[in-house]
Design a binder for this molecule. Structure first.
Ligand SMILES: [Zn+2]
Length: 313
């Protein structure tokens, strides 16, 4: 009987591998370093190694495994990746290549990590929602879109890349986005955008408590909570653009709920309430009724969603 699932999350620095029962009970997690060379084969090798370790520890073999779901940080369509510079993958079908590493009875499916996180978070909500949009705020700004219970990959895999929505005049930003363009939401609401704008605001408001410090996004948001002018101006700009982006998404697909996640979302209700308030001022028609929630799975969103993807396939 095949009663177990694997959810894998491949990041730039670590590969997380989670073992789950088919009832989605989390059994064990293992974290291995992402190989820095020969990505194509080494990443597959590392995932297989990790699975063998967890199988052995839990008295399992591949005969007990339904499948392996894998989250990757790049646009991907039906397993095909055109380019993923940070993992050095070019024109590769990950589903087909990885199948060679495991017995053919084991299901294999790769998908975008933000889409997978949305799938994981959706399963944690108290009510069941078919249409969900998740925004992940961290170094980058990720987006996951689920419509009718299915992840939206788009025609070539760029569906749901909310972080690269052209939302600010490119002349207002003075560095290139990770995608190579300028004016993306990520340049405002990603870590680099937040820190560089905060620095500018500190120069404008030299009485800021952040002056002379090496600060993090958390420091900026904490200072905003304490009504520091430079930090508040930065925080308001971030939530203004996020609200604007969500209002645009709302009139295109009108999801039932927006989920805000990622490291930056640790600011919690302070962040969520600010985005929601600004969003409601911009919402058209009945889109002001869309609900908001904070993500709850934290670092495990990728492995949970990846295992779920196999369970639901
Ligand atoms: Zn971009």
């Amino acid at each position: 009987m095949r009663n177990f699932l694997y959810g894998v999350d491949v990041g730039g620095t670590a590969i997380k591998i989670g073992l789950f029962s088919c009832a989605m009970q989390h059994i064990e997690k293992l974290e291995l370093e992402t190989p820095t060379e020969e990505h194509e084969t080494k990443i597959f090798e590392t995932i297989t190694q990790g699975i063998r370790i967890l199988n052995e520890k839990n008295g399992l073999t591949f005969d007990d495994i339904v499948g392996i779901g894998v989250a990757v940080p790049c646009p991907i369509k039906n397993g095909y990746v055109e380019r993923c510079p940070n993992l050095d993958w070019y024109k590769i079908n990950l589903n087909e290549n990885f199948k060679k590493w495991v017995p053919k009875e084991v299901k294999v499916r790769f998908a975008n990590d933000a889409n997978i996180a949305a799938l994981g978070e959706r399963s944690m909500l108290y009510e069941s929602y078919e249409d969900v949009v998740m925004v992940t705020l961290g170094t980058g700004v990720g987006g996951g879109v689920i419509i009718g219970g299915e992840m939206v990959e788009g025609a070539r895999g760029s569906g749901g890349e909310i972080g690269h929505m052209l939302i600010v005049d490119p002349s207002e930003v003075d560095f290139d986005c990770g995608c190579g363009s300028r004016g993306c939401l990520e340049q405002i609401a990603g870590t680099r955008g937040i820190l560089s704008y905060a620095q500018k605001m500190i120069e404008k408001y030299p009485d800021s408590i952040l002056i002379g410090k090496k600060f993090t996004v958390k420091d900026v948001f904490d200072a905003a909570k304490a009504n520091d002018k430079a930090a508040s101006a930065t925080f308001e700009r971030v939530t203004e653009y996020l609200a604007r982006a969500l209002a645009i998404i709302a009139v295109i697909i009108e999801p039932e709920i927006f989920i805000i996640g990622g490291g930056v979302s640790k600011a919690g209700d302070f962040l969520l309430q600010s985005i929601e308030k600004k969003y409601k001022e911009k919402a058209r028609f009945d889109t002001d009724k869309i609900r908001f929630a904070l993500a709850v799975t934290g670092n495990n969103a990728g492995i949970i969603g990846a295992a779920l993807m196999i369970k639901e396939s």
